[in-house]
Design a binder for this molecule. Structure first.
Ligand SMILES: [Zn+2]
Length: 418
């Protein structure tokens, strides 16, 4: 009897393992998530930093847009297009009331200041660096030297589309903003989100990948000046949704928006600022005698991906449902970092869509409560450069990519032929 018992135990252990491996092989979502790669994700962010901070209205911004478009085409992503709009850059000395709303004033898009949330605890300073000379790297300083032209001039967003095989008239939009500010490399804000969208475009466009519904991969411009690129898209195209054109062609230039998923600042979740200590271990005080708080140097152990919707938006219910679908996808497919759902979506390109369709944003921190309280010391600063981030930071971004890829693959009905 004894040997038989041992054998059956061995089988009992081996059988579920083999079963799990088979199940993974048959699960198209697991196959697609497996095609995400940390080194590829990092390489795409690194390539974007060749264009400095990609500030809107400059040659370095247009070159970045050209490069992104060439990449999307090289992935085989269909119908790569640009959407044009006018943007008026106010003069630097224009009175505040005449200036476009911008993140610098903390006013873009949030219905209640910081998004209706309040931080209890330690805060660190925030702000936008407007001095190009604060960039210590001379090469980068030269790259970022061209100022934005004052006055009205054209700007562009770029996008491409995976057309659905059975429901081409409906789509999910996966987006990020390709412009940046602060005279660094805009590596986290928002090279990290732009690279995420590009990686998903690459994977969904690969031969043998089919989705029932369409997916559009969109890179917005002018986020930092007040969500102008995303707003232009929403206004120009909202009434084109689900309209076949030309009639009888089976083509839908603007499939109906089932949901928009924006990605903005994916890398840094180092936690609440802590007191800065001097060489003797005593808290450093500022000129007013207050303790100076700084961000911890390492990713915090509780680091997670924040999936936010806006509770006061017209599509709050559908947005919450979309957020929880991505939360479930994270649970099953993310390799390291969990996700949390919150209802304070604010200050990013999903805001212009939130009264028109379900809209959510993914970030490494809640924008209102945490980034707004100084949890990210590189935000809009010369230190937002590729070299600032560790592999654990980049891995948080990759986990957000796993989350969105898996969630959208399920919602759009993805299959893989190998
Ligand atoms: Zn951003």
């Amino acid at each position: 009897m004894k040997p038989v018992v041992v054998l059956s135990i061995a089988l009992a252990v081996a059988a579920p393992l083999a079963h799990a491996q088979q199940a993974a092989a048959a699960d198209p979502i697991a196959v697609l998530v497996g095609r995400l790669d940390l080194e590829k994700y990092k390489a795409t962010i690194k390539s974007l930093t060749r264009f400095g901070d990609r500030r809107q209205g400059t040659e370095r911004n247009r070159q970045a847009l050209d490069w992104i478009e060439a990449q999307l085409k090289s992935y085989g992503c269909g119908d790569t297009e640009r959407l044009q709009y006018q943007y008026t850059q106010p003069a630097p000395d224009a009175p505040a009331g005449k200036r476009a709303p911008g993140l610098a004033s903390g006013g873009a898009g949030g219905p209640a200041g910081q998004g209706g949330s309040t931080l209890f605890g330690q805060r660190a300073a925030t702000g936008v660096n407007t001095d190009p000379l604060r960039q210590p790297d001379a090469t980068l300083r030269a790259l970022n030297a061209e100022p934005t032209p004052v006055g009205a001039s054209p700007r562009e967003n770029v996008y491409c589309t995976k057309v659905g095989s059975t429901h081409p008239e409906e789509m999910y939009i996966v987006s990020a903003h390709m412009d940046g500010i602060g005279f660094g490399e805009a590596a986290d804000d928002d090279g990290s989100g732009t690279a995420l969208v590009m990686e998903l475009a690459r994977i969904f466009s690969a031969p043998g990948v089919r989705t029932e519904r369409s997916i559009r991969f969109a890179l917005w411009n002018n986020e930092e000046t007040g969500l102008n690129g995303a707003t232009a898209y929403a206004m120009q195209r909202k009434d084109m949704q689900g309209v076949e054109s030309p009639k009888g062609s089976g083509r839908y230039p603007e499939p109906k928006w089932l949901g928009l998923i924006q990605h903005d600042m994916m890398l840094w979740d180092h936690g609440m600022p802590v007191a800065q200590l001097d060489a003797a271990g005593k808290p450093v005080l500022d000129a007013k005698g207050q303790t100076v708080y700084v961000s911890p140097p390492e990713q915090r152990r509780e680091a997670d991906v924040n999936i936010e919707y806006q509770s006061v938006s017209r599509h709050a219910e559908g947005s919450a449902k979309l957020a929880w679908a991505l939360r479930a996808a994270n649970d099953k497919y993310a390799s390291r970092y969990p996700a949390a759902v919150g209802f304070h979506m604010t200050n990013t390109d999903s805001t212009p869509f939130m009264d028109l369709a379900p809209a959510i944003s993914l970030r490494e921190n809640e924008r209102g409560q945490q980034i707004g309280a100084g949890w990210n010391p590189n935000w809009h600063q010369p230190t937002d450069v590729y070299a600032t981030y560790s592999d654990l930071d980049f891995l948080l971004g990759l986990n957000a990519a796993q989350t969105t890829l898996a969630g959208v693959a399920r919602l759009a009905g993805a299959t893989v032929k190998r």
